[in-house]
Unconditional design. Structure first.
Length: 302
């Protein structure tokens, strides 16, 4: 969160794909054309702190070019339905938006077997989950869809693309699931029997190795599709690695279910988490589904 400088504070918002710091000078009520809120109403309904996760859209154009502290405009907060009167404090770099989607369920997920780099296809439940996620994503504009080359991710991406009018997903080898080595195909109890907690698993990829290849691939995509909305269909271990890269251990044991969506901004400062389980105007985290760690118990370890 940026430091407050005025009564309403300074916030980072996104305007047509451009990151902009704004000093909020006033706020209108939800009813179009209404006067600014009174102090009493403002206390009852405080201005939402948008922060780095905020989504604001232009209500009318700002003058160009944007000089520090000069341009004034009105912004609509699409989440809360409020209009802000604001002065642009600083225009930042172009933001590229990544939406990471975990693939649908497989029979190995259902059985609690560790998949990793083993290519296991979707089952019927997984296909239904992909259809559900594709339907929930129809309310936004999308530019590109890419996928891990493993078939469970590719089919999930193809189903989602069919809902959004996007071409066939581009396959990115660096988005493949974490390699769990000799543990692939084993259940949680079998892993604990063969490889107790302090016993290394032969061939297991480190989290740092996963982070390096995933982050590098997203940097390359951001350079190619600057300012675009990119869907990345991948795996729980890939999403976990990116969360670790951006948030440390804050989300280490949070649920990552099949078909869930997690959004990140990319700019010159790198990657920033926007929403863990992005609402997409509809909840994508089905609480009735098992968690990634239940399906891949080795992820409970570093």
């Amino acid at each position: 969160m940026l430091h407050s400088r005025r009564e309403f504070g300074r916030y980072l918002v996104e305007v047509d794909g451009i990151g902009v710091e704004i000093d909020v000078l006033g706020v209108n009520e939800r009813v179009s054309g209404s006067r600014h809120q009174s102090n009493e109403k403002r206390e009852q309904n405080p201005v939402p702190k948008l922060g780095a996760a905020g989504h604001a859209t232009k209500r009318r154009s700002l003058s160009e070019p944007c000089y520090d502290g000069i341009d004034e405009g009105y912004f609509r907060d699409g989440v809360h339905g409020l209009h802000y009167r604001a002065v642009v404090a600083r225009r930042l770099t172009v933001m590229t938006n990544f939406f990471l989607v975990r693939h649908g369920e497989t029979d190995w997920n259902l059985a609690g077997k560790i998949q990793g780099a083993t290519d296991i296809p979707l089952n019927d439940t997984g296909r239904a989950q992909a259809h559900s996620t594709g339907s929930k994503m129809q309310g936004r504009k999308w530019d590109v869809i890419v996928s891990s080359p493993l078939s469970r991710a590719v089919e999930t991406a193809e189903i989602i693309a069919s809902y959004l009018g996007l071409p066939e997903p581009r396959l990115i080898p660096e988005l493949v699931e974490r390699n769990y080595g000799a543990a692939e195909g084993l259940t949680g109890p079998e892993v604990e029997s063969f490889y107790p907690t302090d016993t290394p698993v032969p061939g297991r990829e480190t989290r740092g190795e996963v982070q390096d290849r995933v982050v590098a691939s997203l940097h390359e995509l951001a350079a190619e599709f600057t300012g675009r909305n990119i869907i990345v269909v991948c795996h729980g271990g890939v999403i976990r690695a990116l969360l670790h890269e951006t948030m440390g251990t804050s989300f280490f044991h949070e649920r990552i279910t099949n078909g869930s969506v997690h959004s990140f901004h990319h700019d010159d400062d790198g990657l920033t988490l926007v929403h863990f389980n992005d609402p997409l105007d509809a909840l994508t985290d089905d609480l009735s589904l098992p968690d990634f760690e239940d399906q891949q118990p080795l992820e409970r370890r570093e």
